[in-house]
Every structure is written in structure tokens, then in C-alpha cells.
Design a protein around this ligand. Structure first.
Ligand SMILES: Cc1cc2nc3c(=O)[nH]c(=O)nc-3n(C[C@H](O)[C@H](O)[C@H](O)COP(=O)(O)OP(=O)(O)OC[C@H]3O[C@@H](n4cnc5c(N)ncnc54)[C@H](O)[C@@H]3O)c2cc1C
Length: 476
């Protein structure tokens, strides 16, 4: 397997492919992981993916600098700012449903990527930085990557996690649709300054600065590192603007980079071509205001890795790999549209806005793909998981010690959740476990895919047959 791109989606892909026992080579043209902090919020669902591969605790440890930064804050300047009350989920979801075995966390992309790269190396992936893929071809035998002065590489399949501009997507002639630019261009100014004395006791995730000469949003990155996000021209006296926004002299302030960028909403019209699959920003870009870009990319490769393992291992028909597009393209559209709504109407809760947990806890429902649905579409404006086909299995603790979740039973294999006594469900292909819950009537079973998605719901006696049918899908 070849992964092109060593951003956080490519690195997660390498980890998941190793988890499924595949040989993987990852090629990244940069010499180092990202120098920009960019994404910071990892949703619960992404932590669940890292939990599956035994990495959630390591990620959380790396995220400890931002562990107390849950609050939003606002003020004329940072020095005059105050924390806002902590966000509460709308409706009853937070109180009545345990959403996930994992909490979300804030971790800057430039802190996360080295953690993922080290884990991928430790897992046995061949991770090569400083190697650019300059061309790609494919035929019925595999994918041939031209690495310029580094020679060639032959792989059975490739994942293009090569970012928003995705040279591979362009080379394959895959077009994109969507709104394009959303709102005005922004500037992210990455700087360091020791702000301990002014921040202590009012730690924040984002602090909105209302000063008329320096309006913008101050973003906590960890320690002495900060980003100031503002509209307007790129070419300004940034140290002066930043000191105005901070409201203190900050004598040690140092600007590291000034990055102009345009929030965009674009989704690829195909998520694959033959043996090559698009993932992450190569497949979809969206404004960052729902913190969904990286999280959606992680969900892409979680969906794809087990399907590639089944295809390469000769256990599946061609339809299983085709289900990647059928499932993840609508999911990409959903995340991109929701992110755009939040760009147009920050904090809005109007019609069409998904419940935050639907975005954060994998509540998006696949309507078609490697599943047998019952035609019932789950609402998105509430989060009431019922274990319907196409949704992630609801989380429940399976032990009194609250250490084993329903989500822990699937991945890398399939699982069967049986309401009542699972005696007799010890076949090697399916791992059975006891599950008695409101969402699963006695005598019924949930067939759960390796990516925690409920594939089917019905009589336990039919589960193995359904699983084999889905694995051997001829076409989508
Ligand atoms: C200001 C900002 C804030 C954000 N906040 C969040 C957030 O809170 N939560 C969230 O989920 N998302 C957020 N995002 C989005 C997030 O940063 C992106 O979705 C994420 O970086 C995408 O990861 P990726 O691996 O798909 O692409 P990238 O990170 O762009 O990685 C692609 C990699 O491919 C490499 N590459 C390209 N071409 C080749 C080639 N030919 N050969 C070899 N290598 C190649 C590139 O060098 C690059 O390293 C934010 C984005 C911005 C700009």
C-alpha cells in the first residue's frame, strides 16, 4: 500500500493500514511534519479511532498543555477579557446519553503529527519524508509512483492524502463541486509570547478580541505559542497589532509566520479512481469553524483501511472498495455544508444545523454502501443513537469499571452485538457480546463493521450470511 502525503490524515492512514496488517509506504515531500499549528480540535470520534489502535492515551498526554482550555473568552483586549460559560449541548443528549468512551481534546497539528509519525514508524510503516511523488500511473496490476530522483515505487493501491491542492486528484482529472470561497480571506499570525500572568485563571480555547484597532480571535496553541486570526490586509505591522489586541507590552513577543488563507467549501466529485483513493483535504475542504476538516479526514481513512485490507487479502468483491465513495462522499458533503453554515452563522442553531454530537461523535448516517438499511433516516438535529444501519454503534460501557465500550468490540474485525444471551455466537469471524439496551430489542442483533458502523440489524441467525454478502459485494 502506498500513502501519498504525511499530514495528519496520511499518517493516520498508515497507522490504520498497519492495524489491519498491510505493508505500507508513506511518502511526504516535506522534510518535516507541519510547521503550522492549524487544526487543534480532535472530536470524540477521532479519539475513538486512536483508541482502537492504542494511541488515545498518548495523544491525550501530548495534548496536556491545552487540557484546561475549554472555555471561550471575549474582551476588548486579552487583558480585559473574561471567560464565557462552558458550552452545553442543546437538547437532552449530554445528560441522558453517554456519547463516547473518549472525550474530545485540543492538540495543535504541529504537536499531533510527530506523535502520529513516531507511532506509524513504531507500527512498522515505511515512512519517508523528503520524497515527492511527481507522477502516478495505474493498470490492472497496481499503481506506479514516479519519485523523481528517488526512483519508482509499485503498490497494489494508493491513498492520496496529499492535501487541498492534491496533485494526484488533479492528475486523475477528478473535479470538485461546492460553494468555493466562503466569506472573506483571513490571516493567521503565529507568534510566541509569555502571556502566563495575563492568561492564568482565564485560560481559553478561543478569545474574541473586540478592540476597534485589532479585532480578531486569539487562539491558544499551548505554552507560549498563540495564533491571532484576523480579516483585512496581510501586510500590517503585526507586532503592533498583536500588542494592541493583547493589551500588554509583551516585550518578548515574536512573530513566526503570517499565513493568508481563504476558507473554502469544495468536495471531490469522485473519491477514487481505480486503485487510487482520495482522503482528507484532497477529498474535501471546508471552513474550520466546525473543527471538522481533519476529523472528517480521519474518518475517511478509518472507513477505507479495513476495506483495502479485505480487498488486498482477497476476502472481498470490488463493491466493497466502491462503497468508500458511496459512504464517504455524502459524509464529506455533510461536514462541508455544516462547516459552511457555521461560517455564515457562527453559533447558529437554526433549521438544518446538525446537533454538535452528530458531527463530533460520528452520528452521520450512511444511506447506502456496505450495509443493509431499513430506509429510516436518522434526524441530524438531535443526537439519539439507536443503532440504525449506517450509523456508528452507540457507546455503552460493557463493564462496571467503565473500561470496555461497545466500540471496543469491533476493529480490526467485525462484531455482533446481541441483545440478551449471546451463547452460541463464538464463531471466529464474529465476536459476540452481550448488549441489552433500549435501542436493541431482545432477540435482535447488530452486525458491526470493523469501523464501528452498524451494517445490519436483525435475527442473529442471519448475521454471518449478511456479513459474507456485504464482503462479497460485486458492485455498488
Ligand atoms: C486555521 C485552520 C484551522 C483549522 N482547524 C481545524 C480544527 O480545529 N479541526 C479540524 O478537524 N480541522 C481543522 N483545520 C483543517 C485541517 O488543518 C485540515 O483539514 C488538515 O490539515 C488536512 O489534513 P491532510 O492530511 O488531509 O492534508 P495536509 O495537512 O495538507 O497534508 C497533505 C500533505 O501531503 C503532502 N504532499 C502533497 N503533495 C505531495 C506529493 N506529490 N508527494 C508527497 N507529498 C505530498 C504535503 O506536503 C502535505 O504534508 C483547520 C485548518 C486551518 C487552515
Amino acid at each position: 500500500m502506498l500513502v501519498v502525503g504525511g499530514g495528519l490524515v496520511g499518517l493516520t492512514a498508515a497507522l490504520l493500514l498497519r492495524h489491519h496488517g498491510l505493508d505500507v509506504t508513506l511518502l511526504e515531500k516535506r522534510e518535516r511534519t507541519s510547521a503550522q499549528p492549524k487544526a487543534r480540535r480532535l472530536h470524540m470520534r477521532s479519539l475513538e479511532v486512536f483508541r482502537e489502535i492504542g494511541l488515545a492515551a498518548t495523544v491525550r498526554e501530548a495534548a496536556r498543555e491545552l487540557a484546561d482550555h475549554d472555555h471561550m473568552a471575549t474582551g476588548r483586549t486579552l487583558a480585559e477579557s473574561a471567560q464565557l460559560p462552558l458550552w452545553q449541548p442543546p437538547g437532552g443528549a449530554g445528560e441522558t446519553v453517554e456519547v463516547s468512551p473518549e472525550l474530545p481534546c485540543l492538540i495543535a497539528q504541529d504537536v499531533l503529527e510527530p506523535v502520529l509519525r513516531d507511532a506509524a514508524l513504531a507500527a512498522g510503516a515505511d515512512v519517508r519524508f523528503g520524497v515527492e511523488v511527481v507522477g502516478i500511473k495505474q493498470d490492472e496490476d497496481g499503481v506506479f509512483a514516479d519519485l523523481g530522483e528517488h526512483g519508482q515505487l509499485l503498490a497494489s493501491h494508493a491513498i492520496a492524502a496529499d492535501g487541498a491542492r492534491s496533485p494526484i486528484r488533479e492528475a486523475l482529472g477528478i473535479t470538485r463541486s461546492g460553494r468555493g470561497a466562503v466569506g472573506e480571506p483571513l490571516v493567521s499570525v503565529y507568534f510566541s509570547a509569555d502571556l502566563d500572568d495575563v492568561v492564568r485563571g482565564r485560560e481559553f480555547n478561543l478569545c474574541t478580541i473586540e478592540h476597534p484597532d485589532a479585532p480578531g480571535v486569539l487562539v491558544s496553541i499551548g505554552g507560549v505559542r498563540w495564533v491571532f486570526m484576523a480579516g483585512g490586509p496581510v501586510d500590517r505591522d503585526w507586532p503592533r497589532v498583536l500588542r494592541t489586541a493583547l493589551g500588554i507590552p509583551a516585550p518578548d513577543l515574536e512573530v513566526h509566520s503570517v499565513l493568508p488563507w481563504q476558507p473554502e467549501m469544495l468536495v471531490a466529485d469522485r473519491f477514487g479512481d481505480g486503485r487510487v483513493f482520495l482522503a482528507g483535504d484532497a477529498a474535501h475542504v471546508m471552513p474550520p469553524f466546525a473543527a471538522s476538516g481533519a476529523n472528517t479526514g480521519i474518518a475517511d481513512v478509518h472507513n477505507l483501511a479495513w476495506k483495502l485490507a479485505a480487498a488486498i487479502g482477497g476476502q472481498s468483491g470490488p463493491g466493497l472498495l466502491a462503497s468508500y465513495d458511496a459512504e464517504r462522499r455524502p459524509a464529506g458533503w455533510f461536514a462541508a455544508e455544516q462547516s459552511t453554515m457555521r461560517a455564515d452563522d457562527p453559533g447558529g442553531t437554526g433549521p438544518g444545523h446538525a446537533h454538535p454530537y452528530v458531527l463530533a461523535a460520528g452520528g452521520f448516517q450512511y444511506r447506502e454502501g456496505a450495509l443493509v438499511g431499513d430506509g429510516v433516516v436518522e434526524p441530524v438535529d438531535d443526537f439519539v443513537p439507536t443503532g440504525r444501519a449506517g450509523t456508528r454503534i452507540p457507546h455503552l460501557w460493557l463493564d462496571d469499571g467503565r473500561s470496555r465500550s461497545t466500540l471496543d468490540e469491533s476493529g480490526p474485525g467485525w462484531a455482533l452485538a446481541v441483545a440478551g444471551d449471546p451463547d452460541g455466537w463464538t464463531r471466529p469471524e464474529l465476536l459476540a457480546y452481550r448488549l441489552v439496551a433500549d435501542f436493541l430489542p431482545a432477540g435482535q442483533a447488530l452486525l458491526v463493521r470493523p469501523d464501528d458502523i452498524v451494517a445490519w440489524r436483525g435475527d442473529p441467525g442471519d448475521a454471518l450470511k449478511v456479513m459474507r454478502r456485504l464482503m462479497s459485494l460485486e458492485q455498488m
